[in-house]
Ligand binder design. Sequence first.
Ligand code: GDP
Ligand code: IMO
Ligand code: MG
Length: 446
Amino acid sequence: MPQNSSQHLGRNVVVIGTQWGDEGKGKVVDWLTDHAQAVVRFQGGHNAGHTLMIGGKKTILRLIPSGIMHPKVICYIGNGVVLSPEALFKEIAELESAGLNVSSRLRISEAATLILPYHVAIDHAREKKKGDAKIGTTGRGIGPAYEDKVARRALRVQDLFYPEQFAAKLRENLEYHNFVLKNYYQAPELDFANTLAEAMSYAERIKAMVTDVSSALYAAEQAGQNLLFEGAQGTLLDIDHGTYPYVTSSNCVAGNAAAGSGVGPASLHYILGITKAYCTRVGAGPFPSELYDHENPAKQDPIGIRLADIGKEFGSVTGRPRRTGWLDAAALKRSIQINGLTGLCITKLDVLDGLETIRLCVGYRLDGKTLDVLPRGAESVARCEPIYEDFPGWKGSTYGIRDWNKLPIEAQHYLRRVENFCGKPIAMVSTGPDRDETILLQHPFE
Ligand code: GDP
Ligand code: IMO
Ligand code: MG
């Protein structure tokens, strides 16, 4: 191998959400994919809902990477993902019936953890028992599947290929989970034979897609290809760094792109943080700059309602109305630290069109102190009182603008202040849901 072979290596970009998810990651991953040969999911599961809008046609992806719309691109599901075979084949069938060739371009890690029906049952039973204190999960079995992984009892994709051992492990798992379902949650138990038969019915089809993902990514890198890593959820939902316990059960931060797919951290060259021009949250948990929550009579600010309306803020997975609020730059500062962000992509700027005044949260008062970065954990965050800077809004529409200089001067000022407060450059601005409604300032792949 020539000594200078490293200069032929490609460039790899990680896309992550810097808020509570739904920042527009899917749109941006799709847009960036024209510079990549492979797109990789590394955490989460079908709790994600990533929306792509291409020439007015909408596609929502849950488990399959958002690069799938590009015909020659290979899509990988890494070891860090929790994979429901049922959800996977449902999604493949939907995409294939729309004319896409998915199976031939999808590669799945043998080390990915399986989500099986008892995980879903536990997720539901637990939320029900918690009542008002519930997390507001997506009910997809995500948390219980990650718990099994960490408890070292999970069934993984590769177990499907050893039917006898699979059956033995499943029996043990079900014995344990059925005990909890029946005695602790007073919920129905799951039948062993049915669960086994259903899981095994997917085995051959999954086998055709299984690959040693780390070896494949290593080879792709050596061949000079560009890789794109697609985060799900968002930094403030990260199991360690988010508003715990109101979080998801995986690490959503950029560093997990390495562990969750089996590449080294030095392979992550550019970390792009997707940031909505305001904030949303779906599910429970503290939200300092919150204006609107359809379930909370104390949070009914008309501007929050307007953001929800114009931004069409309904969950793409569960259809639940999202809570809305002002952009929280102090929370963004936390995301910048823990992701090592290279640049920002601000999305949904157009949703702020026509507002008289736009507020930006730049810190909090907490227990007599002033903070300029979001603290960790739900208790502290819940006690944060936001400190705002106010900016004049703009008249007219930014919808679909593709050139920075065409943005109203007030919008430019607002964005420059975000950049300046956070100390990171804005690389892209999204002004509409469609692939092409994008302003490029600095291409992450160049
Ligand atoms: P993700 O989970 O981060 O991929 O985001 P979602 O797809 O759940 O939610 C983002 C929503 O905003 C989707 O409905 C997108 O089509 C839409 N969207 C993305 N970017 C823009 C934008 O710049 N402007 C507007 N108006 N909508 C956008
Ligand atoms: P994308 O990738 C927004 C939220 C749920 C709940 C919490 C835990 O589309 O941005 P879980 O089912 O993961 O155990 O739920 O996390 N949540 C999301 N919120 N976007 C997502 O994904 C989410 N995935 C999970 O609403 O509050
Ligand atoms: Mg989403």
